[in-house]
Design a protein around this ligand. Structure first.
Ligand code: ADP
Length: 389
């Protein structure tokens, strides 16, 4: 039996999943995370399948991405019973204009992806460091890059451009959109489990620490709330969402450097910045603090506004799908979003929403909760490429 490994590298963490390559769909055996990359990294391993739910924590000492991949391999080896890792799939945040589907990694592709670092300076270098480490660690396995931007590459021009001088568009200053692996999963799930919606107008709200919305027409993305970077659109845990670019000019005139502005926009804004308390929605919902309530008010308001915008670009809406940590787990936030959307045909099924049901609307427009699974999209891509070899 062969094993597929998926890797998802952030700046200070590395998430992975281990799948057995079986048909029709890979089966997840283990998932894990190396946290606190740096001097005191530790690995958390979660078993699925036979030992479902069992958790282990392993201190691995100082580790960068390279050492973390090796530590993962060391800890996995005894569990894999001599099964071979034949394919490794990587989440790569940016595929630029050219990459509209997963591709096999080789030195030439790595070089082309390195050239995209200026488009995603905070994420792309970590993705590529991790890919390099995996190539060294698993020299006989195929390595597949799966892009967060690829699912959105078919956007019509009006949804791909900014109204800047057109030379910037040619230079790659475009609305790329992100969370593409999540939307890919949701689109495939709709096709499989809700064939009645396969050619429908569907809006997907991915509400996690990062948050965005996608307009699906016949299962294809025609619009994303995220744009050039993963900052635009909805407010997020610590990111600002939509912002008047005049604010940036003002901050620059006030003497803020690009590093300072970057920190404000990526790390200090969103729910955390508005509440002054935390980026964690669970804590905000449990808090009596007026600023926590206002942060949630803004969050819900902007999501509702974006549902309206997505319905407008689709020319209607047949279904709204919630996913991501907040979308999947918070009945209160879902209820508040749907509360003022009756004009689009939504009517909340209160009990279904509270009881964790998938279908939570009794109105003529569907509202569904579908847990997303980005790792599975990567594993499927590796599987299809290894079988095409
Ligand atoms: P990431 O984008 O890092 O993968 P997740 O999709 O795990 O993040 O989402 C994390 C967010 O989900 C956090 O704000 C967390 O508070 C929120 N969340 C998780 N469970 C619940 C819950 N039961 N109620 C409300 N929010 C929740």
């Amino acid at each position: 039996m062969s094993i597929i490994l998926t890797l998802n590298a952030g700046s200070s963490s590395l998430k992975y999943s281990v799948y057995r390559d079986v048909s029709p769909d890979p089966v997840e055996l283990i998932s894990g995370q190396v946290e606190n990359l740096g001097p005191a990294a530790r690995q958390i391993i979660k078993h699925h399948g036979q030992n479902n739910g069992q958790k282990e924590i392993i201190e691995i000492g100082a580790a960068d991405h390279n050492l973390a991949v090796k530590a993962i391999l060391r800890s996995l080896a005894p569990m894999l019973n001599n099964e071979t890792v034949t394919g490794v799939g990587h989440r790569v945040v940016h595929g630029g204009v050219e990459f509209d589907k997963p591709c096999l990694l080789n030195d030439e592709i790595m070089e082309r992806l390195r050239a995209l670092i200026p488009l995603a300076p905070l994420h792309q270098p970590h993705n590529l460091a991790c890919a390099r480490a995996a190539i060294d660690t698993f020299p006989d396995a195929i390595q597949v890059a799966c892009f967060d931007t690829a699912f959105h590459r078919g956007h019509p021009w009006v949804n791909d451009t900014f109204a800047l001088p057109k030379r910037f568009y040619e230079q790659g200053v475009r609305r790329y959109g992100f969370h593409g692996l999540s939307y890919d999963y949701i689109s495939a799930t709709i096709a499989e489990q809700h064939p009645d919606f396969a050619d429908a107008k569907v809006v997907v709200a991915h509400l996690g620490n990062g948050a965005s919305m996608c307009a699906l027409n016949n299962g294809k993305s025609i619009g994303s709330s995220m744009g050039f970077s993963a900052l635009d659109g909805l407010p997020m845990g610590t990111r600002c969402g939509q912002l008047d670019p005049g604010v940036l000019l003002y901050l620059m005139d006030q003497g803020h450097s690009s590093e300072q502005i970057s920190r404000i926009l990526y790390k200090e804004s969103g729910l955390k910045g508005l509440s002054g308390i935390t980026s964690d929605m669970r804590e905000l919902l449990a808090s009596d603090d007026e600023n926590a309530k206002r942060a949630i008010d803004y969050y819900v308001f902007r999501i509702r506004r974006e549902v309206g915008a997505m319905a407008a670009i689709l020319g209607g809406i047949d279904a709204l799908i919630f996913c991501g940590g907040i979308g999947e787990n918070s009945p209160e936030i879902r209820a508040r979003i749907l509360d003022r959307l009756g004009f689009l045909g939504f009517e909340l099924d209160v009990d279904a929403n509270l009881n964790g049901a998938r279908d939570i609307s009794v109105g003529k427009t569907e509202a569904l909760v579908i847990p997303t699974d980005e790792e599975r999209v990567i594993a499927r891509a590796v599987k299809s490429m290894s079988h095409a070899e």
